[in-house]
Design a protein around this ligand. Structure first.
Ligand code: 13P
Length: 332
């Protein structure tokens, strides 16, 4: 074949639609294969990535080639079932030692076969009783507050080391009642959280907006600030020991629960905030609870939501049978 004949046949190939299509497909495939090492690959099935609210958004067959990143398995999984559901009781300023012992003894057989995490956060005066009565059971014991200094002239305060020395592994920090009545600020919440984490404890960090803030439409701003300031300075590894409890102030002790949709929306937002501070894998692994008039009647709907991994329970944690219903629901 002469040179001009070869040139002619290439030219004809461009003019012939079928040949042009075949050539285009070939070039596309070649470019695709060259890009493969830099892409997230082809995913068949469902990719549970999230939008900025942490809600799964991608399904089906697609091809991602946005940036050079190593695939991390966790990025493709946002499965509630992989997170630990935790039901924590916050006894607040209730129960003397005798009453505490009665409640724990009633709770032990009820909690025994439950697979969710079970924590009771009790007044300081009940810690000793709770620790000894729950020894060898699946019930964990937490405190309701902790100070950020190790020791010193801080009348009425308890340090993280004092708690861990007793064997207390959990502590609630930043409860709205501490913020409302005892001048707790985002900054002191951060200091208390940091001190407890550095002492090896797991923190149940409470955040939530007031009714006025919700009505002003600034729930997300308020909650984002609370989360960001509270976690400031904590490493990704340290954040693995934090549970966040979303407790809208207007729902606490009022009998007025957030709807499951309202609670889910803010819990998903909190997860997205954590993802923006750390990464999606840390956010996906974090237990996020709802708290605020959660009880044996409304728990099923709340706990069924994708981003609600348990509850921080006030009133209903003071009655073993009621608390048991919550434990059963979270263990499903
Ligand atoms: P209630 O369940 O009594 O509304 O209290 C919620 C709470 O504050 C848990 O920390």
């Amino acid at each position: 074949m002469k040179k001009w004949e070869v040139q002619d046949s290439v030219k004809n190939a461009f003019l012939n639609p079928a040949a042009a299509f075949a050539l285009g497909a070939f070039c596309g495939l070649a470019i695709g294969m060259l890009c493969m090492p830099f892409s997230k690959g082809i995913v068949i099935g469902s990719y549970n990535g999230s939008n900025n609210k942490g809600i799964p958004r991608r399904r089906g067959l697609y091809y991602r080639c946005r940036s050079i990143r190593i695939i991390r398995k966790e990025e493709f999984v946002m499965n509630k079932a992989l997170r630990k559901a935790i039901i924590a009781g916050n006894w607040k300023m209730n129960k003397n030692r005798k009453e505490a012992a009665e409640l724990i003894n009633a709770l032990k057989p009820i909690a025994a076969d439950k697979t969710c995490g079970v924590i009771i956060c009790v007044p300081f005066t009940n810690l000793e009783t709770a620790l000894s009565l729950t020894e060898g059971t699946n019930i964990e014991v937490g405190a309701e507050n902790v100070h950020f200094e190790k020791s010193g002239a801080f009348t009425g305060e308890i340090s993280a080391d004092m708690l861990t020395e007793m064997g207390v592994k959990y502590v609630i920090v930043g409860h709205s009642e501490r913020r409302q009545y005892f001048g707790e600020t985002d900054e002191t919440v951060n200091k208390r959280t940091t001190a407890a984490i550095e002492a090896g404890m797991t923190v149940i960090l409470c955040v939530g907006e007031t009714l006025a803030e919700r009505e002003l439409g600034i729930t997300e701003e308020v909650v984002a600030k609370q989360v960001k300031v509270a976690l400031h300075g904590l490493t990704a590894d340290q954040v693995k020991n934090i549970v966040i409890a979303y407790e809208p102030v207007w729902a606490i002790g009022t009998g007025k629960t957030a709807t499951a949709e309202q609670a889910e929306e803010v819990c998903a937002f909190i997860r997205a905030t954590v993802a923006s501070l750390y990464d999606q894998a840390i956010a996906n692994g974090m237990t996020i609870q709802y708290g605020g008039s959660m009880n044996e009647k409304n728990c099923a709907e709340l706990l069924a939501k994708e981003n609600i991994d348990g509850g921080l329970i006030g009133g209903a944690s003071l009655v073993a049978e009621k608390f048991g219903v919550l434990l059963a629901e979270a263990s499903k």
